[in-house]
Design a protein around this ligand. Sequence first.
Ligand code: PMP
Length: 362
Amino acid sequence: SGDRKWNFSAGPAVLPLDVLEDAKEDLINYKGTGMSVMEMSHRGKDFMKIAEEAEADLRELIGIPANYKVLFLQGGASSQFSAIPMNLAPEGGVADFILTGAWGKKAYEEAGKYMTTNLAASSKDSNFSTIPDVSDWKLTKDAKFVHICSNETIGGVEFKEVPDTGDVPLVADMSSNYLSKPIDVEKYGIIYGGVQKNIGPAGMAIVIVREDLIGKTHPLCPTMFDYKLMADNDSMYNTPPCWTMYTSGLVFKKLIKMGGLEAVEKMNEEKAKILYDAIDGSDGYYNNPVDKKYRSLMNVPFTLGGGEDLEKKFLKEAAAAGFESLKGHRSVGGARASIYNAMPKEGVQALVDFMADFKAAN
Ligand code: PMP
């Protein structure tokens, strides 16, 4: 696989090579069944075992308490922007939103179709480069939930601590830092995210929801968005995203073998440090705009002090040198390196070497 690129895509993103190789092995004939996972009935015993193991392994990996349901759902994280209000606020009410970037804003706007939304805090004034201090949040006393985006994929801003919202359930979009570090599930009402960044192939969201919060959905809630129904059917009310579940399951097993989420976090801290140190040590040649306290370990946006033309040259030469998808999100420009779990340290090292060479030559 020597011709694989260093892939810094924000998602779908790099997957662990050994997982791809295992999946390839099983692709045509899964463990002697004579079929691919993509071809088998989701109700057959082989796939049922895959699905059960995936949930059991995820529970073990994160340490999910028994009073939380694990749902494997289609429709990505974006569907959850509407599913959450329909499940947690069937009769409306207020939800508090903390805006630290573009994704939290999308969740906020979508929820506004179903209930009253309160902008309890926002870092818009600082161009979403930080997280407003919890003591400044204007929370609603009887809110149905408080929503945060634990890692803003575009801005590269990440919560480092879980905010305490008292009796009001905390809901977190973890799409871009799912399984990148330990998760203290009990501090949340709902954790959700698409898997196509830090876990597996596109096509699925994982929702972890406290049992007592579900069961009273909005009467017009589409069946497919009803958490209780999905939970009662083990996420198999209809045909689940079989291939994504299977591949994500391989990733869960791999992460357990690596020593669990503490080991994963340590590795991610080391990788991110290499890149941030290179940016900070470049005398303004490269810049990351994010408040150092909240810099993401997963998505590292940066600009070139030399301006847009130099940035273009940088991105062009980086692409030619085999660094994939370093272009920043179309809404903000610049460059962005997404360094998810599956990006090896050598990939980050290769990038900072390239950045140093480019600086020396330009
Ligand atoms: N939330 C965050 C933080 C994201 O980064 C993304 C995808 N870029 C989404 C939500 C939307 O995810 P999906 O494409 O799975 O709907």
